[in-house]
Design a protein around this ligand. Structure first.
Ligand code: HSE
Length: 434
C-alpha cells in the first residue's frame, strides 16, 4: 500500500520532535499503522538545528502544505489562534485530515472547526493539545467511555509546575526559572499564558468538554495564575501538611459544571501533590472506575511529538472508515451535547486556606471566628504564628471546610473591614481529591 503523506506546518520544538520521531521509528510506526507514514513536505521559515530534514521538500509558506494535492494529513504546529485557524479551516475545506497540538485553537474555535470537519468527513485530532505526551484525551474519550465522569483535576501546565517546583525545592526566583523554561522550549510564545493560567484553562476547557459532553466554553473558565504566590504561603501550606499546585478542576454538580484554574492546596501525601518539574498529571474520577491518574511529561520536544505521532497513526488507521462511525471529536455524539451550564466562580464550592495579617491584640481570633461562623463557614484548622510577630502584626492562618465561594467572598470583605486586620486577606482554594 502507498505510504500516507503528511505535511508538517511549523518546525519548532514540537514540529522538530515530530519529524524526528516519525523518521526514527518509521518501521515500528508502519507496523502499527498498517502502512508507511512519510513526511512529504515541511513548512518552516527557520531550520531547526535538532532536526536533519535531509531531502524532505521545505517551503516557507504553510498554505503550500494545505494546497498540496499529495498530502493526506496536515500537522498544524504553528500555534496561535489566527493564522492557525485559517490554515486548519483551509485544510478541512481541501478534504485533508488535521492533527494539531494547538490547545488555544481547539479551546477557542474548536466548536466551529469540528462542525466544519464533520461536514467534510475529515478528522481533526488533538491529543497533543493537553498534557503533552500523556494520552489523557484518548483515555477519557475511549478508555472511560462507560463512565459518568464526576470530576477531573490536573496539573496541566508544565512551565508553571516547573517554576513552582524549582522555587520550593531550590529557592530559585520566579523570573530565573521562567527564563530556563523558555530556553527548554516548555513555555508558550507569550509566557503569561503559562503563569496566568490561560494555557491551563485552554486545556481544562478541552478536558471538561470530552469528560461531560458539553461544547467547548473557554470564555466561561475561571482563571487565576501563580505569579502572586508567596514563599510564605508555600511554607505555611507545608506546615499544615499541604503542597501548593496550580490545578485545573472540572466538576459536575447538580447546578452546573465547575471549570476553574487556580493555585490549590493539596494534601502532601496525595500522588498528584508529588508531581514535580515539567511533569503533568490528571486525575479523573468516574462513577464506575473510581479515581484514575495519568502522569507524564507535559511539555517538551519528543514527549509532545509522541502524542502528535499517535494521532497521525490513529488518523491513518481511520482513513478508510465510514466518517459517521468514527470516534466523535468531543467524545459524545455532536447532537447529544448537553447544555448543563458552566457555574460562575462564586457558585463553585471548595475548602479555603486564608492568611490574615492581624494586629497582635486579645480577641482578634474571636472576631475572625465570629465572622466565619455567622456565614456558616466551618474552620478545620487554625494556626497563629506568634513566633512571627513583626511590628505588632501576627499572621493567622486557617483552613475551612468546603463552602460556596460567595460566602468566603463575603467573609473576606468583612474580615478586611476589621480594624485589627491589616492588608488584604490571602485566599487559596483547597482540594482533598479523595
Ligand atoms: N507551555 C505549555 C506547558 C506547553 O508548559 O505546559 C505544553 O502545552
Amino acid at each position: 500500500m502507498k505510504p500516507v503523506k503528511v505535511g508538517i506546518c511549523g518546525l519548532g520544538t514540537v514540529g522538530g520532535g515530530t519529524f524526528n520521531v516519525l523518521k526514527r521509528n518509521a518501521e515500528e510506526i508502519a507496523r502499527r499503522a498498517g502502512r508507511g507514514i512519510e513526511v512529504a513536505q515541511i513548512a518552516t521559515r527557520h531550520p531547526n538545528s535538532k532536526c536533519d530534514t535531509g531531502s524532505t521538500p521545505i517551503t516557507a509558506d504553510i498554505f503550500d502544505i494545505v494546497n498540496n494535492p499529495e498530502i493526506d494529513i496536515v500537522v498544524e504546529l504553528i500555534g496561535g489562534y489566527t493564522v492557525a485557524k485559517e490554515l486548519v479551516l483551509k485544510a478541512i475545506e481541501n478534504g485533508k485530515h488535521v492533527v494539531t497540538a494547538n490547545k488555544a485553537l481547539i479551546a477557542v474555535h474548536g466548536n466551529e472547526i469540528f462542525a466544519k470537519a464533520r461536514k467534510k468527513g475529515v478528522i481533526v485530532a488533538f491529543e497533543a493539545s493537553v498534557a503533552g505526551g500523556i494520552p489523557v484525551i484518548k483515555a477519557i474519550r475511549e478508555g472511560l467511555a462507560g463512565n459518568r465522569i464526576n470530576w477531573l483535576a490536573g496539573i496541566i501546565n508544565g512551565t508553571g509546575n516547573f517554576i513552582l517546583t524549582e522555587m520550593r525545592e531550590k529557592g530559585r526566583t520566579f523570573e530565573d526559572v521562567l527564563k530556563e523554561a523558555q530556553e527548554l522550549g516548555y513555555a508558550e510564545a507569550d509566557p503569561t499564558f503559562d503563569v496566568e493560567g490561560i494555557d491551563a484553562a485552554h486545556k481544562l476547557t478541552i478536558l471538561a468538554s470530552i469528560a461531560f459532553g458539553i461544547p467547548l466554553q473557554f470564555d466561561k473558565a475561571y482563571t487565576e495564575g501563580i505569579a502572586r504566590l508567596t514563599t510564605a504561603d508555600v511554607n505555611y501550606a507545608e506546615a499544615l501538611g499541604y503542597r501548593i499546585k496550580h490545578l485545573g478542576v472540572a466538576r459536575r454538580t447538580e447546578a452546573g459544571i465547575e471549570l476553574r484554574v487556580h493555585p490549590t492546596l493539596i494534601p502532601a501525601d496525595r500522588l498528584i501533590a508529588n508531581v514535580n518539574g515539567v511533569m503533568n498529571a490528571v486525575m479523573v474520577n468516574g462513577d464506575a472506575v473510581g479515581s484514575t491518574l495519568y502522569y507524564g511529561a507535559g511539555a517538551g520536544m519528543e514527549p509532545t511529538a509522541s502524542a502528535v505521532v499517535a494521532d497521525v497513526v490513529d488518523v491513518t488507521r481511520a482513513l478508510t472508515t465510514d466518517p459517521n462511525n468514527r470516534v466523535p471529536h468531543l467524545a459524545f455524539q455532536p447532537d447529544s451535547l448537553s447544555d448543563h451550564p458552566i457555574l460562575p466562580i462564586t457558585a463553585c464550592e471548595s475548602a479555603y486556606y486564608l492568611r490574615i495579617q492581624a494586629k497582635d491584640h486579645p480577641g482578634v481570633l474571636a472576631q475572625v471566628a465570629t465572622i466565619l461562623s455567622e456565614r456558616g463557614i466551618n474552620i478545620e484548622s487554625i494556626m497563629q504564628k506568634e513566633a512571627e510577630v513583626q511590628d505588632g502584626l501576627v499572621p493567622v492562618i486557617l483552613v475551612t471546610h468546603r463552602v460556596v465561594e460567595q460566602r468566603i467572598d463575603d467573609a473576606i470583605a468583612a474580615l478586611e473591614r476589621l480594624d485589627d486586620v491589616v492588608d488584604k486577606v490571602v485566599r487559596i482554594r483547597v482540594e482533598q481529591l479523595n
